[in-house]
Design a protein around this ligand. Structure first.
Ligand SMILES: Nc1ncnc2c1ncn2[C@@H]1O[C@H](COP(=O)(O)OP(=O)(O)O)[C@@H](O)[C@H]1O
Ligand SMILES: [Mg+2]
Length: 256
């Protein structure tokens, strides 16, 4: 089943069509990786899907509902969340604190309820458990008391992903989650994402250039070239596409 669909999306910057009729389905509970050359429109497409941009033409549907142009905070309420290419954590909080403040709808934030400990305490305990479980599943429990500004670039990217997963999210859209990250951590991130899709049914749509890593974990791959979908299917079928070989994959040294 498709949790997200785009139909004929057009996004223009002036006269330039960054997206020129994108029709795409994202399968529920699977890992879909969006690839394509620099400037092909990948970030623009996920900006249109997550309410950062309103497309000039076309429709975005989530679970069958038209969500075209809905604001990011509204999409968050219905289970859609995203990370950005550049992470933006709270630098002076610890990793653990960053996770705790990320979960939406916290009862302790309501001034009246904040006075009554028994109302928010169970929720706080649940969030603590959830954040520790997340840190553990990504093998980074040892970093929980580090301040965010002490983390490496790769660890910051991971923190951004963990903050997203603290919320009740059904569709996670990630922009280059493992770009310039050490291969060991990058594989750990992708394998855990894959496991979360399988165990918890979370859907992931991931823009990624590191094909050596991403292709191992993708269920579906979609190639965007010059603002259009060139091909879409299993990793194997997309990597075998001759036009993609010529225009993109040969540059990245990916063999059939
Ligand atoms: N805000 C913007 N204003 C003008 N042009 C833009 C803007 N954002 C992206 N573009 C152009 O749209 C095209 C697609 O960009 P982008 O979606 O960032 O590509 P990708 O993420 O695939 O590298 C590029 O040619 C880029 O220069
Ligand atoms: Mg981009």
């Amino acid at each position: 089943m498709e949790i997200l669909e785009t139909i004929d999306i057009v996004k223009k910057f002036g006269e330039f069509r960054a997206l020129n009729g994108v029709t795409l389905g994202v399968e529920k509970g699977k890992v879909t990786v969006l690839i394509g050359p620099n400037g092909s429109g990948k970030t623009t497409l996920i900006n249109c899907l997550t309410g950062v941009y309103r497309p000039d033409e076309g429709t975005v549907r989530y679970k069958g509902d038209d969500i075209t142009g809905k604001a990011p905070h509204k999409l968050r309420k219905i289970g859609i969340a995203r990370t950005f290419q550049i992470p933006a954590p709270f630098k002076k909080l610890t990793v653990f604190e960053n996770l705790m403040v990320s979960a939406g709808n916290q009862l302790g934030e309501d001034i009246l309820k904040a006075l009554a400990r028994r109302i928010w305490l169970p929720q706080e305990e649940e969030l603590t458990e959830k954040s520790l479980a997340l840190l553990k599943s990504f093998d980074v429990e040892g970093k929980r008391n580090n301040l965010a500004y002490e983390l490496s670039g790769g660890q910051l990217k991971l923190l951004e992903l963990l903050r997203l997963l603290m919320e009740d999210v059904e569709l996670c859209v990630l922009d280059e989650p493992v770009g310039s990250i050490h291969p060991v951590l990058a594989n750990k991130i992708f394998s855990t994402v894959k496991a979360m899709s399988e165990k918890e049914g979370i859907t992931f749509l991931i823009v990624e250039h590191r094909l050596d890593i991403a292709m191992r974990y993708a269920d579906n791959v979609c190639a965007l070239v010059e603002g259009k979908i060139l091909c879409h299917g299993s990793p194997k079928s997309v990597l075998e596409n001759e036009e993609l070989q010529r225009t993109y994959l040969s540059l990245k040294n990916v063999r059939k």
